[in-house]
Ligand binder design. Structure first.
Ligand code: NDP
Ligand code: 8X3
Length: 253
């Protein structure tokens, strides 16, 4: 059975990706910080599909924990075919002068350093399988919007790392793809707005936002292409969001 390691599977895009890969016969390494959710998800997927799962209860910001976990995988779990670098977040929506240093550190440490930690230790395994790395970027890594400064910066870095990985890994038969969504309704805005679920609902008011399944479908499209085809990158937006930071509301879109 092929194996996929997906970071951030306890919610949103990562959870939908776990579902679609399980449905297509992948054994899964499931990651996140919320242990109860990981264990519940692991049991649920095993009851739905004939697959094996492994819980990676690791904060991707913790370099030593990521290294330990991946290096100590048993040989049967080391044959990783797909890495989905999905764990990430936005924290706050503020100008630079009013921004919180704690928010900045969380975004930089998770979106950039966390992705690097996992990729560093998973890459030797992916070289053995001629595997595939999917990096979840964002429209915020292609454009910028007011008060998105540091989040946009971290996703621009993901965009650059995606290109760097592709250059470094093509000769080893490892494909590298970035998927760059616009507004997807997940726990993303609740996290960004420090847990304010009511305010988060307003983000998705008056238009049809993307859902996690839309992005999981795109991931499956990329990974299911024949080996000679690499989808370098995809930008996927709600029809009502023509560019980053601008949404057409209340027009039936
Ligand atoms: P959610 O908040 O719904 O899910 C985020 C996931 O990441 C959770 O499973 C969370 O799990 C995990 N996670 C966060 N921090 C860490 C960490 N330090 N270590 C391990 N896991 C972590 O958001 P989305 O599904 O929307 O976001 C997924 C990715 O998609 C992110 O990279 C985001 O930037 C990107 N994206 C999202 C868009 C959107 O509009 N929703 C649009 C464009 C890109 P736990 O809390 O259990 O650790
Ligand atoms: C999240 C999408 O448009 O809120 O990465 O920046 S957006």
């Amino acid at each position: 059975m092929p194996i996929a390691l997906i970071t951030g599977t306890t919610a949103g895009i990562g959870a939908a990706t776990a579902q679609i890969l399980a449905k297509n016969g992948y054994d899964l390494i499931l990651n996140g910080r919320r242990k109860d959710r990981l264990e519940e998800q692991s049991e649920e997927l095993k009851s739905q599909y004939v697959i094996k799962t492994k819980v990676m209860h690791v904060d991707v910001r913790d370099h030593d924990a990521v290294k330990q976990f991946i290096e100590h995988l048993s040989p049967d779990w080391k044959s990783i075919d797909i890495l989905v670098n999905n764990a990430g977040l936005a924290a706050g929506l503020n100008s630079i002068e009013s921004g919180s240093v704690d928010h900045w550190n969380r975004m930089i440490d998770t979106n950039i350093k966390g992705l690097l930690h996992v990729t560093k230790y998973a890459t030797p395994l992916l070289k053995n399988t001629n595997g595939h790395i999917i990096n979840i970027g964002s429209i915020a890594g292609k454009e910028v919007y007011s008060n998105g400064n540091v989040y946009c910066g971290t996703k621009h870095m993901v965009d650059a790392l995606n290109k760097a990985m592709r250059r470094e890994l093509a000769e080893f038969g490892v494909r590298v793809t970035s998927i760059n969504p616009g507004a997807v309704e997940t726990e993303f805005s609740v996290v960004r707005l420090d847990g304010d679920a009511e305010k988060a609902k307003d983000v998705y008011f008056g238009f049809e936002n993307l859902v996690a399944q839309d992005i999981a479908d795109a991931i499956w499209f990329a990974v299911s292409r024949p080996k000679h085809v690499n989808i370098n990158e995809l930008i996927i937006m709600p029809s009502a969001q023509p560019i980053a930071g601008e949404i057409i509301r209340n027009k039936g879109l």
